[in-house]
Write a protein that binds this ligand. Sequence first.
Ligand code: AMP
Ligand code: MG
Length: 480
Amino acid sequence: MTLHFDNRYAALGERFYASLKPLSLPDPASVIINNDALKQVGLNDYSTEHLLSLFSGSLLPEGSDPLAMVYSGHQFGGYSPQLGDGRGILIGQVTNAQNTLLDLHLKGAGKTPFSRMGDGRAVLRSSIREFLASEALYHLGIPTTRALGITTSSEPVRRETMERASMLMRYSESHIRFGSFEYFSYTEQHDALKILADYTLENHFEEVVSCESPYDEFLISAVKKTASLIAYWQAYGFAHGVMNTDNMSIIGQTFDYGPYGFMESYDPYYICNHSDDHGRYAFNKQPAIGLWNCQALAQALSPLTVNIKPRQVSQIYQDNFTQRYHSLMIKKLGLTQNQQNDKQLYQDLLDLLEGYHIDYTNFFRALSHFDQNDGAVSLEIIKSCAAPFDPWFDRYKARLNVEKLSDEQRHKNMLGVNPKYVLRNYLAQMAIQNSETGDFSELHRLYDVLKSPYDEQPHNERYAEEAPQWGRNLQISCSS
Ligand code: AMP
Ligand code: MG
């Protein structure tokens, strides 16, 4: 049971972090463990007891070198010069069986020099939300950090009400954020900015190291990854909720889950974060905010880059976003060839879904079974408003005629990209409510469902149902 530590970030020196140990939880109790993720990092032969100690901050494995990373960032458009891990601790970096270096990060591990007014803790509710969402996205095929496990405790913490201090252990190839570069750039520590960029290139952007202008290529690559990630969010109906630059991963993963939400009935103006009064991070703003964040990254890297103009960043981002989004959307429609009017076809469909408040996930799942010989459109989900959809279905049928695929093959393709199960807010809420009474069984069941989002799970049909009335307007805030 040895982890192979190789703490390369720690080797960068004390300007990049504060060294400190986690503050362990009293009376720790395991909430959930992710066996698949444990294997990925090489923790699968740890005993339950050891995992509990590790995930509650009382066991520091030999070779670990715990630290809180420093960073800054643009929050809701304004610059915050000093953020940093206020409650998370990078326990260390381990090399796994595939020789990939992975960060082990414990969230809720106590106060750090970057905690500001915070108590350094995370609550059970927010830990469960991160666990479920990161695993849901992972199994959908969307780049993300991954949760390893949650531990709760008897320690009270104050949020809107009294809650229980909990910890979430996660892993990722990198916890470096756009804001990590902003910190060194705006404090004019350009030597440190270069050290951090070199570290990031060597460990995560190896392909650009020997380019003529490696920092330009690094920026371009990071912009492309970000554009692609956000295209996935748009195609799958995921709203992040707090796209501050300190929550943007440099390697293009979904990162720092807070008041996120999966869209149910299609609503481009969907705001999942109750604290986002002006809708800066509304669903339909995400692509533009992604670009805004990439411009902030470009600005931060400008002491290193030689020949990149803001206009180029914008062009690269938009091209990559559009391409990826388009390819995901035509796949969702079961189209394999690119035709001129395809964009209009899905845009018009989205307008219909919006106009008639149709569930986004369930519509595409139902469409995956669509038979082109069907005279009348028989999708149950639009039954009450089928007539307005008729002209669209006529166009869709005509478009399918141009394709060479059999219905059978198209159904198969579509069922593999249009999930049956996504993490609806009300489902997370039920799992949380039960967990807060000490009953984790619903959480475990929901997690099992989300592991196979594209499979039919006859016993779990109810997890594909739209939110009941009580679960439609759940308010999720930043306080976590
Ligand atoms: P977030 O909006 O969750 O990404 O957090 C923004 C910043 O606030 C990060 O630097 C966090 O580490 C910090 N933070 C959030 N919650 C707490 C807390 N309870 N205690 C200390 N710092 C926190
Ligand atoms: Mg954050």
